[in-house]
Design a protein around this ligand. Sequence first.
Ligand code: IDP
Ligand code: MG
Length: 142
Amino acid sequence: MSQTQTTEEVLVLVKPDGVARGLIGQVIGRAEARGYQVTRLELRRATPELLAAHYAEHVNKPFYPGLVEYMTSGPVVAVVLAGAQVITAFRTMAGATDPIKAAPGTIRGDFGRDWGDGEIRNIVHASDSPESAAREIAIWFP
Ligand code: IDP
Ligand code: MG
C-alpha cells in the first residue's frame, strides 16, 4: 500500500469582531489545545481587492457589500493551522455560519450573538475544503 500524505493546512481568520473583542487568544488557543500547529500568523487589514479574491464565491450575493464593510471594519488575524484533518476539525470547532444556530462548544456558539443590526458577525473564517484552503492560503500568504 502506498503511503498517504495526511498533513493538511487550513486558513483561519479571526475576523474584525473577534479581534476587537479580544478573542484572538481564545481562537488560537482552542486550536493549539486541540493539538494543531500554527505555521503562519499575521495581524493585517483586509482590502476590498483581497476580499474579492478571498470571497470570490460570494461577490454577487446580496449580503456581499455588508460583508466587505464588516471585514474591513478593523484588523484581522490570518492564521494557518496544520495537522491531519485540520480542515474538517476546525470547521466543526467554528460552528454554523449564523452564531444563533451554532452549537454551544463551538467558537461561534460560545462567543457569537445577534447584535440586532441584520448583519452576521461570527468571529472566525475557516476554509471549507482542501481546494479552498490552498487557494485562500495563497491569497493571504503569497
Ligand atoms: P462560512 O463563513 O461559515 O463558510 P459562508 O456561507 O461561506 O459561511 O459565508 C461567508 C461569510 O459571509 C459568513 O461567515 C458571514 O460572515 C457572511 N454571510 C454569509 N451569509 C450571510 C447572510 O445571509 N447575511 C450576512 N452575512 C452573511
Ligand atoms: Mg465559507
